[in-house]
Write a protein that binds this ligand. Structure first.
Ligand code: SF4
Length: 334
């Protein structure tokens, strides 16, 4: 029996890897200390094992801090370059997930599939997970009564994996509400997928509103993106149910005119845009600051109150941090 430190370095949602590690160590009789702090506090014991998980690459400073405080720490996750995964631990598959780390969290969370059919340049998923494959059924992800049938799906390409039709039927027949947390791939929408989505209770990450998350990152995808939007609408999913992440600050030769064009095209259709700023603080801090101001202008809804961005930007704030929504952005290549 030992004492184990589990460190959630970033992310608001429960961390599946840490939940697995917790279950794994508890089954061996270890005591678990769960924390979000990367600093060693004075009253902490000496540990038999220290783990850290980072999802976002902008957390590199916090990763290094944890490593400095605990040089033997095992640190993994999308936000690190570590190849360590909990799957490497013997006996991990039987250990399950320990939700007791997150006492206020009522929903269930998991992957019905891993991998993605596409390979966007800025994304880590193809590199980390490869081509789509099935992972779990909805019934396996739900933790059962008395928990609500609210499922956070972390899938990056739900409709890319074999057997997705069975998962849809499971969601529908089982009365589940699902949040496609990582978004659906509008560029790959066809009639069958749109009809399937229209049959289920998709929700936002609070399980309150009808919401599908998606993305329009490149201007060149305009036609494919709106083709997907049109197909969804034809099947009864109105554009106002869509929140579209729009990556800004990444494309070579991107101009303000092009950014505003993407933004306008979406708002004219009733889609809710959500700008995600690529982390260019090191290479172009002034542009990064303006892009963050644009993000705030959009997300606070000031454009709906008729306040032009130029006026808003004059009264901007300074000292922006990175964008927590950019979970899959792969900074190391650029
Ligand atoms: S950004 Fe989305 S669609 Fe593109 S490779 Fe990553 S997971 Fe797939």
């Amino acid at each position: 029996m030992g004492v184990v430190r589990l460190t959630q370095i970033d992310g608001k949602l429960p961390n599946l890897a840490l939940m697995r590690l917790s279950a794994f160590h508890r089954a061996r009789g270890d005591e678990i200390r769960f924390t979000r702090s990367v600093y060693r506090h004075l009253d902490e014991p000496s540990y038999d094992a220290v783990y850290g998980s980072a999802i976002f690459q902008f957390s590199s400073d916090r990763v290094e801090r944890l490593r400095a405080e605990f040089p033997d720490a095992i640190i993994g996750g999308t936000g690190t370059r570590s190849a360590f995964t909990v799957e490497q631990l013997p006996g991990f598959a039987e250990s399950g997930f320990d939700y007791s780390l997150y006492p206020g969290f009522e929903a269930s969370i998991g992957f019905s599939q891993r991998g993605c059919r596409l390979s966007c340049k800025f994304c880590v998923v193809p590199w980390k997970e490869g081509k789509p494959r099935a992972e779990a059924t909805i019934a396996q992800i739900w933790r059962g009564e008395p928990h609500p049938k609210h499922i956070h799906l972390l899938d990056n390409d739900f409709f890319g994996a074999p057997g997705w039709q069975d998962r849809i039927e499971e969601i529908r027949a089982g009365g589940y509400k699902v949040c496609f947390n990582q978004g659906i791939n509008v560029r790959k929408i066809d009639e069958e997928v749109a009809a399937a989505l229209a049959r289920i209770e998709y929700r936002d990450d609070q399980f309150r509103r009808r919401r599908l998350y998606c993305a329009w990152d490149n201007l060149k995808d305009e036609e494919t993106f709106f083709r997907g939007v049109d197909i969804l609408e034809a099947h009864g999913i109105p554009p106002r149910h869509l929140m579209a992440f729009m990556l800004i600050g990444f494309a070579k030769g991107e101009t303000w005119e092009r950014i505003h064009y993407r933004f306008r095209r979406m708002t004219e259709r009733g889609i809710l845009p959500y700008p995600m700023v690529f982390d260019i603080r090191a290479t172009d801090p002034e542009r990064y600051r303006r892009l963050k101001a644009f993000q705030r202008w959009v997300n606070t809804g000031l454009y709906r109150a008729g306040i032009p961005f130029e006026e808003y930007d004059v009264n901007r704030r300074r000292g922006d941090g990175p964008d927590e929504r950019q979970g899959n952005l792969f900074r190391f290549n650029y």
